[in-house]
Design a protein around this ligand. Structure first.
Ligand code: TYD
Ligand code: MG
Length: 449
């Protein structure tokens, strides 16, 4: 018998090696390298497109975008779904990918699009129950519970849907590859078959991919280079809001996010995330500061909270949730140096309310203000918004899109804003707002203390 050809492939990044390794040399993940058969059992047919064309021979696809009428999604897609495109939706298991896609099916069904939903995870009864809960009524949706991709593709060729959904790619297999479903080789082969089907028949394909931590399944990252659009659905399972983020988009900007909330009857769009994030903010409490960060091109107001507490232990505890821990340590150090606070004998906990994660330096000034406010037990006026980057010498540096942040805060009724002085010139906001431009941390302390 001929020896079966195998290779060792990283399920995180797709790195291939001839032998097993504990740590992937390419992406640095541990225990993600698995043995896989790379043998092809049947020769696959090659050469789908043969005739080359000049640019003017090619039809333009100008108005082929379909609005899903879920505005948060349309924005992330860059203005709607492009017919014939391949979209990958990745996310942790249980985050709401199947829920989102069913709701997309409803919207597209309302637009008269025929949809084939192939599920390898749930039975038709389970999907029906979920659909009832979500109020899905469209009769343009056809369900198929199948894990053999070749059978599903034959069905798609027969049914000729406008939209094909594969939930999830890790449960699908093609007989042409002998390795197990969910392995890198299988997932890649399935994806490339879907790509050929979609581009060849002008079907928009949605592929759902689970992000797995343990590396036993191939993650959506190994498919990113093949598809047109990569969206990640993120959020804490405990917090109810979810963010849909474009990581790659051949038809639009990757800067956009969509915000949703998971309710009992499905995902609801959050059209005003700032209001949502600031709801329930304590008024007049020391250690709470409102700030504005930019997610993509959208300003989102959030609340930074700090708790600075005297400790009798030798090592003070430091904790940061929702932001970079090392950045918080650095800001505490700057504060000790500039203001002379003895924070070494205080525990410091800093938290972004609502469970959101932000990695923007524009948060610095608000973090510092929250720490000072909690340390000195002096509340910061609830109608004051603070943003700006803080440097190591205590200087306050300009941030991008300052005007956008100010306008968003104005909309939600903030009256005073403490911002970097270098940003003052760009802001033409009206007379109803008091802008305080500062250049250094000591100016900040003068204002808030
Ligand atoms: P699901 O879409 O199945 O996640 P995924 O496909 O990403 O694995 O969503 C699973 C979670 O969402 C589940 O734990 C329950 C919750 N959920 C709601 O809160 N409301 C709903 O209407 C639905 C359908 C699910
Ligand atoms: Mg699912």
């Amino acid at each position: 018998m001929a020896k079966i050809k195998t290779n060792y492939i990283c399920s995180e990044c797709g790195y291939e090696t001839g032998r097993w390794l504990g740590k992937c040399p390419s992406c640095g993940s541990y225990n993600t390298i698995n043995e896989e058969s790379t043998q092809r059992l049947k020769p696959s047919s090659a050469g789908y497109f043969a005739a080359a064309e000049t640019l003017d021979q090619i039809k333009t696809l100008s108005d082929e975008r379909v609005k899903t009428n879920i505005e948060e999604l349309d924005r992330v897609l860059g203005g709607g779904l492009v017919q014939g495109s391949l979209t990958l939706i990745g996310g942790d298991p249980g985050i709401g990918k199947s829920t989102l896609i069913l709701q997309i099916c409803q919207s597209l069904g309302d637009k008269g699009k025929k949809i084939l939903y192939v599920s390898g995870e749930e039975s038709s009864q389970q999907i029906k129950m979920r659909a009832q809960r979500l109020g899905i009524t469209t009769n343009k949706l056809l369900l198929l519970c199948e894990t053999n991709l070749d059978i599903a593709l034959n069905a798609a060729v027969d049914i000729k849907p406008d939209v094909l959904v594969i939930d999830s790619v890790q449960t699908m297999f093609t007989e042409e590859v002998s390795s197990a479903p969910g392995s890198v080789t299988q997932v890649r082969e399935c994806c490339s078959k879907l790509m050929r089907l979609g581009k060849g028949n002008n079907i928009s394909v949605f592929i759902i991919g689970h992000v797995t931590k343990d590396g036993s399944l191939a993650g959506p990252r190994v498919l990113e280079h093949m598809v047109d659009t990569v969206l990640y659905f993120e959020g804490e399972r405990m917090a109810s809001y979810r963010i849909l983020r474009a990581v790659k988009n051949r038809f639009g900007s990757t800067n956009e996010i969509g915000v949703f909330e998971m309710l009992e009857n499905g995902l609801k769009q959050i059209k005003n995330p700032s209001e949502y994030m600031l709801s329930g903010r304590p008024i007049g409490a020391a250690g709470s500061v409102a700030t504005c960060s930019i997610e993509g091109t959208r300003p989102i107001l959030t609340e930074v909270q700090a708790l600075v507490n005297y400790t009798t232990f030798n090592m003070p505890r430091r904790m940061a949730t929702g932001m970079d821990f090392n950045r918080v340590i650095l800001l505490i150090a700057v504060l000790e140096k500039i203001a002379g606070f003895q924070l070494g004998s205080y525990d410091s906990y800093v938290n972004l309310a609502g469970g959101i994660k932000i990695g923007e330096p524009a948060l610095d000034l608000a973090v510092v203000s929250a720490i000072v406010s909690s340390y000195k037990k002096i509340p910061i006026d609830a109608e004051t918004l603070i943003f700006g980057e803080v440097g190591l010498t205590g200087e306050v540096r300009a941030v991008s899109m300052a005007e956008k942040r100010v306008l968003e805060a104005l909309k939600l009724g903030f009256k005073t804003m403490i911002i970097p002085k270098d940003n003052m010139r760009q802001i033409k906001a009206g007379k109803d707002v008091k802008l305080l431009g500062i250049k250094s941390l000591s100016e900040l302390l003068n204002i808030i203390l």
